[in-house]
Design a protein around this ligand. Structure first.
Ligand code: AMP
Ligand code: ZN
Length: 112
């Protein structure tokens, strides 16, 4: 998608503080971090949100989920981390390219 911010980051057209990338995904630091460590993990492929996932994406999603512990460890999050996926306006999604938030470090706020 030509006007998608995260597609542009994945393509290297907009700078980001990239901490990991491979042929399927890119992980970079959130520009407005909500915790000491706040990464975003995106597929290179433009997928709008969880709502658009299809069986053909299963291997990609598994790859993303299984990368989270490695990314957390690489950031020094040895005692745990939080993973968030916002979906749709009602879920607080602001960028409509699927992304997993990975947060940790210090004391995270209570949840619920
Ligand atoms: P969401 O509300 O789940 O769509 O999250 C979007 C996230 O993208 C927010 O946490 C923003 O701080 C983050 N963000 C927006 N623009 C950029 C950017 N250029 N580079 C890195 N993170 C960004
Ligand atoms: Zn995109």
């Amino acid at each position: 998608m030509s006007d998608c911010l995260f597609c542009k980051i994945a393509a290297g057209e907009i700078p980001a503080d990239i901490v990991f990338e491979d042929e399927q995904v890119v992980a970079f630091k959130d520009i407005y971090p909500k915790a000491a460590v706040h990464l975003l993990l995106i597929p290179r492929q433009h997928i709008v949100s969880l709502d658009e996932l299809e069986p053909a994406h299963d291997a990609l999603i598994a790859h993303m989920i299984r990368l989270l512990p490695k990314l957390a460890k690489d950031q020094g999050l040895d005692d745990g981390y939080r993973t968030i996926v916002n979906t749709g306006p009602g879920g607080g999604q602001e960028i409509f390219h699927l992304h997993l938030h990975l947060l940790g470090g210090g004391r995270l706020p209570g949840f619920g």
